[in-house]
Design a protein around this ligand. Sequence first.
Ligand SMILES: NC(=O)c1ccc[n+]([C@@H]2O[C@H](COP(=O)([O-])OP(=O)(O)OC[C@H]3O[C@@H](n4cnc5c(N)ncnc54)[C@H](OP(=O)(O)O)[C@@H]3O)[C@@H](O)[C@H]2O)c1
Length: 240
Amino acid sequence: MDGARVLWVTGGGSGMGAASARAAARDGWTVVLSGRRADRLAEVADAIRDAGGTADVLPLDAADPDAVAAAGETLLARHGRLDGLVLSAGLNAPRRRWDDQSLSDVRAVIDTNLTAVVTVLDRALPALRASGGTVVVVSSYAGWSFQPGAGVAYSASKTALGSVVRTLNQQEAAHGVRATHLCPGDVATDFLDQRPSVPDAAARAVMLRPDDVARAVSFVLEAPSHVRVDELVVSPVSQR
Ligand SMILES: NC(=O)c1ccc[n+]([C@@H]2O[C@H](COP(=O)([O-])OP(=O)(O)OC[C@H]3O[C@@H](n4cnc5c(N)ncnc54)[C@H](OP(=O)(O)O)[C@@H]3O)[C@@H](O)[C@H]2O)c1
């Protein structure tokens, strides 16, 4: 295919999604950013353009299948191809234990972390098959090993992403599609505000930064096309 490779990033308006988009743009990708807050997407896209990169925004709620289908259509109409997908949209809830969770929170977390990931993948796969595309599913340390503090819905949804990646790799490798289950430990982002006990500045200072994870995403995206990184666990040295 001619032209720049096109990367679709969900959760692209903040944290690891934004950092991964900035890194990919530096590597020459055209990045298309999705998330619910259009202003955050526009800020990231402007910064990418100011740095000489190419960025587009498609605001959406990844848990809304119609919105995902419409965005997928628009992306292909505007850019004509899709070569990569970084799925970074995610959610947790402060009340996350069996003795305090609400079922509406449980549904929202599973909808965002699992069902929305499958929904975007389902929409993107025909184009990814055509390009032999690369998928990075931003899961969690809690999707790799049991983390008692992560909560019922979060643990279950992130653990399930390991299976999503494995079925993708088993069934779609024939089309050159490859997927990575990326499992970051603690990262200093707004996401931490959803914890029952919000970490202070000192605790955040010893965590990973979004750019640390973006380097891992870039490593996966830039690997030669015959190389698959099935699972990648990246944690701060301070992780216990
Ligand atoms: N921070 C950590 O310690 C940590 C560790 C391991 C894994 N993770 C995972 O890393 C991923 C990125 O999180 P982050 O730490 O970078 O925090 P973040 O900045 O809060 O990023 C989460 C992103 O998800 C987007 N999002 C949430 N619900 C969405 C929806 N329904 N539709 C579209 N976008 C949605 C948010 O944007 P809008 O609100 O604008 O939609 C936001 O940009 C998440 O999947 C999280 O589970 C985080």
